[in-house]
Design a protein around this ligand. Structure first.
Ligand SMILES: [Zn+2]
Ligand SMILES: [Zn+2]
Length: 252
């Protein structure tokens, strides 16, 4: 099976999965490589920072321990926010991460996970999200992948039922243009399938736009926070890619 490019471990605050269990699941699922991408969010407070030495030394140890069984790549999922640009860029420059997933985890100064804190209808909630992603991409951090575009639909009051991506096509087009210009891969993230969403992020309307605009680079990740979810939903994501003429060769 193709390697998972978005995986969390116990090194992330919101993840109970032991590193060894994650790697064992990947090996038993037939993966030859895996990219660990634990959270580092400057704008969510000190608990969400990822001390770079402790993080990379811990994962280097597992890289050695699993050598010959699976290639363990040390990545990071960095929370994008221009207010913290200096810190973000010096963090990314401080170690040669093998994959940098840039994600938006905050909007209007809050975490969209806590949907009830926003006095917005779903449509406004989603509109604000796309606007935020666009603003944050303009801050030019050196990332390899844009993580889970449209993931906030998971937290919508009506989830997918109130989501019409075509209504945000102006912002989406600008986002995709930036990805293509800067050679950033669009991530297919299967995490929503386990959170009440019936599609792989981003919605196929967005994937179709990306294809039409000449977008070639994709990434594929489960966003697993439990070991048994490593590689979950990949069959569905690969089928979807095939429908748009993408193959595994498009995955960076
Ligand atoms: Zn994320
Ligand atoms: Zn993640």
């Amino acid at each position: 099976m193709i390697g998972d490019r978005h995986v969390h471990t116990e090194l992330s605050l919101d993840c109970p999965a032991k590193i060894a269990d994650v790697l064992d699941c990947a090996v038993s699922g037939g993966m030859k490589e895996i990219f660990i991408t634990d959270h580092c969010d400057m704008d969510l407070g000190p608990d969400w920072l990822q001390p770079v030495e402790r993080y990379t030394e811990t994962l280097e140890e597992y890289k050695r321990r699993y050598a010959g069984k699976i290639d363990v790549h040390i990545g990071i999922e960095i929370g994008l926010n221009p207010e913290y640009n200096g810190q973000i860029n010096s963090y990314l420059a401080s170690w040669p991460f093998e994959l940098v997933v840039g994600s938006v985890h905050t909007m209007l100064g809050k975490d969209p996970y806590y949907r009830e804190e926003y006095d917005l209808e779903d449509h406004e909630f989603y509109a604000s999200y796309f606007k935020t992603v666009l603003e944050r991409l303009r801050s030019d951090n050196s990332i390899d992948v844009l993580g889970h575009l449209d993931y906030v639909v998971r937290y919508g009051r009506e989830k997918g039922a109130s989501y019409f991506p075509e209504k945000f096509s102006g912002e989406i087009e600008e986002i995709l243009k930036i990805l293509i210009r800067r050679d950033i891969a669009l991530e297919l993230n299967t995490g929503g399938l386990r959170k009440g969403i019936d599609f792989v992020h981003p919605h196929e309307f967005i994937l179709g736009m990306y294809k039409d605009m000449g977008g070639k680079r994709l990434s594929l990740g489960s966003d697993a926070h439990f070991a048994e979810h490593v590689g979950a939903g990949f069959d569905e994501a690969l089928k979807l890619m095939g429908r748009f003429g993408y193959t595994e060769k498009n995955i960076l």
